[in-house]
Design a protein around this ligand. Structure first.
Ligand code: ZN
Ligand code: FE
Length: 254
């Protein structure tokens, strides 16, 4: 078992520290804020060995150079993209893997939000870091890719087991829940989850991580084949990809 410490920074970002007690190794997922990263390391007492970068946006990379220099950490991140991340020691592509604390970390590229989006899956821990691709009840905005690309990326994540724990990079869940209810209003699990999210946020608690089974049941962006959503959108015979694109379009204008 790895120890996990999630910390917030910026408006609504989450960073994560992963730590192995046996080897003493620690990985940080994303490096958007060096000061917040340092505080998390100080709080836990863990010393940083690796940094995993999901994509090139500043809220995921702005602290990379400082954290790398301060801790001599190995930085692993996207192999391709139109804006290359500066400071990577190792570039990884889809289907490749690397090792952290004697565990396999599988790389899943999930383009759509950006072309370089890179997700990290640890099968032994049933743990995935989805960056700005899959959020709790949401998915990333399409800045560089298009809807078919994002749909293919989400399908890659949906192939992971139901009991996979999902860490995403933003606390967008309350707004996502409000939108989800607008396209899937009769989904009782969604109605219940939206209430839980409201209570958690009112108490200042995070709604992340989430779990794949819960996303399958309540995240409209994973439910393009759901009869209720299809009938609500009046798209009974369209492809899943077309239904997904319509849900994404509605969210952009919500
Ligand atoms: Zn982003
Ligand atoms: Fe982001």
């Amino acid at each position: 078992m790895l120890d996990i410490h999630q910390f917030s920074y910026g408006n609504d970002n989450y960073g994560v520290l992963l730590h192995c007690r046996n080897s003493g190794e620690t990985a940080m997922v994303d490096a958007g804020d060096a000061e917040a990263g340092e505080q998390a390391l100080a709080r836990t007492g863990w010393s940083l060995s690796q940094i995993w970068i999901t994509h090139h946006h500043g809220d995921h990379t702005a602290g990379l150079i400082a954290l790398k220099a301060a801790h001599n950490a190995q930085v692993i991140g996207p192999a391709t993209g139109k804006s290359q991340v500066t400071g990577l020691d190792q570039q990884v592509g889809d289907g490749e893997h690397f090792t952290f604390a004697s565990r396999e970390v599988r790389v899943l590229t999930t383009p759509g939000h950006t072309l370089d989006m890179t997700n990290f899956y640890l099968p032994s821990e049933k743990l995935v870091f989805t960056g700005d691709t899959l959020f709790a009840m949401g998915c990333g905005r399409l800045f560089e890719g298009d809807a078919p690309m994002m749909w293919a990326s989400l399908n890659k994540l949906m192939a992971l087991p139901d009991d996979t724990t999902i860490y995403c990079s933003h606390e967008y869940t309350a707004a996502n829940a409000t939108f989800a209810l607008s396209v899937d209003p009769k989904n009782q699990m969604l109605v219940d989850r939206a209430q839980q999210v409201t209570a958690l946020r009112a108490a200042g608690e995070p709604t992340v991580p989430t779990i794949m089974s819960l996303e399958r049941a309540t995240n409209p962006f994973l439910r393009a084949n759901d009869p209720g959503i299809r009938s609500h959108l009046n798209m009974p015979d369209d492809t899943d990809a077309a239904v997904f694109a319509e849900i994404r379009r509605r969210k952009d204008n919500f």
